[in-house]
Design a protein around this ligand. Structure first.
Ligand SMILES: [Mn+2]
Length: 322
């Protein structure tokens, strides 16, 4: 483990020992990484006898509600904690409404792996190379000397499955497999987890994605694919906002496509843009130009609802694929 990371984990362990009441916070529009980490850390702190408040502003997506402890998650709190830990939040904005409760705590910790992260915690437990924040939380839990129960291992494994696209993305490193192998020895049902958190799609999600595929556009050389999802589309299929996640992955899987962009209309006259790229293309750099962030191959930003702004973004993507 890198020196800086080891040091920050040590500091966090000390802060946990001193704290009685601890908040763990996940990011807005939660994915399996942030929820898996929230629960793994939460269950570990409960095992240590701490008073734990688990927070997710936007609840728990249906596909992750099977995870142990998910019924403990609240959308906000008025309580003041001694310590607050954010998992998988690359910037303050990702904390959303939870910002207030988070910063009421005396000590704040940020556990994250984003490339263009904005650091905001008093203690920063950051490792860009981690495929999932679950890998960092795994080290933290070990340092806390908590027993790795099947429930905790299951949550960490979910975080890894989701952020690696079930062991397919280029963010995987050998350590990803080391940790996964150790988690498997602690009672994880890998097959079941992959089925639940990777393969399973709701009917609404599948229809929304199919509809978007029908309306997709391609750049002249076919290297960029994009689609727009309007609010009325969600209504049409009874789909949830988080159902849009798979659209970008489906677009990127098309032959010749190196970058996929999904423009999701927001309620505030803008578009939330999700970018996915194949290996070697750094889409987070473009997201950053528009005030967003993310990882090399998976990033996002917000733009105004205008054709000019959309074109400007697509032009920047063109530069990346040459
Ligand atoms: Mn993540």
């Amino acid at each position: 483990m890198k020196k800086g990371l080891e040091e920050s984990i040590k500091q966090t362990v000390q802060a946990v020992h001193k704290a009685r009441k601890i908040i763990v916070a996940s990011h807005v529009n939660p994915d399996g990484d942030t929820i898996g980490c929230l629960l793994a850390l939460g269950l570990s702190l409960l095992q240590m006898g701490k008073k734990v408040i688990l927070l997710s502003q936007d609840g728990v997506p249906t596909r992750f509600q099977f995870l142990p402890g998910s019924e403990l998650i609240l959308s906000d709190t008025t309580e003041t904690a001694d310590l607050a830990i954010a998992v998988d939040c690359g910037s303050l904005r990702q904390l959303g409404k939870l910002k207030a409760a988070f910063f009421r705590a005396k000590i704040t910790v940020q556990v994250d792996h984003h490339d263009f992260g904005q650091s905001f915690g008093k203690i920063e437990v950051l490792e860009e190379e981690a495929a999932a924040v679950g890998e960092i939380v795994y080290e933290l839990i070990r340092a806390l000397k908590v027993e790795m129960t099947p429930a905790i291992a299951t949550c960490l494994m979910t975080s890894i499955i989701v952020d690696t696209g079930s062991f397919q993305f280029s963010n995987i490193r050998s350590k990803t497999f080391d940790i996964s192998s150790r988690l498997l020895k602690n009672g994880v049902n890998l097959q079941h987890l992959i089925e639940e958190s990777y393969w399973k799609k709701s009917r609404a999600m599948a229809k929304l994605s199919g509809y978007c595929m029908m309306r997709s556009h391609f750049s002249e050389n076919g290297a960029i694919a994009w689609a727009t999802v309007y609010q009325e589309d969600f209504k049409r299929f009874g789909a949830h906002q988080s159902d849009v996640d798979s659209v970008a992955d489906d677009l990127r899987a098309i032959e010749g496509v190196k970058i996929a962009a999904v423009f999701r209309e927001t309620e505030k006259h803008g578009f939330r843009v999700s970018l996915r790229s194949s290996d070697g293309i750094h889409v987070a750099s473009v997201a950053k130009l528009f005030g967003g962030g993310g990882h090399h191959n998976s990033a996002g930003c917000l733009i105004r609802n205008s054709e000019t702004e959309k074109k400007r973004l697509l032009k920047e993507l063109e530069v990346l694929v040459g």
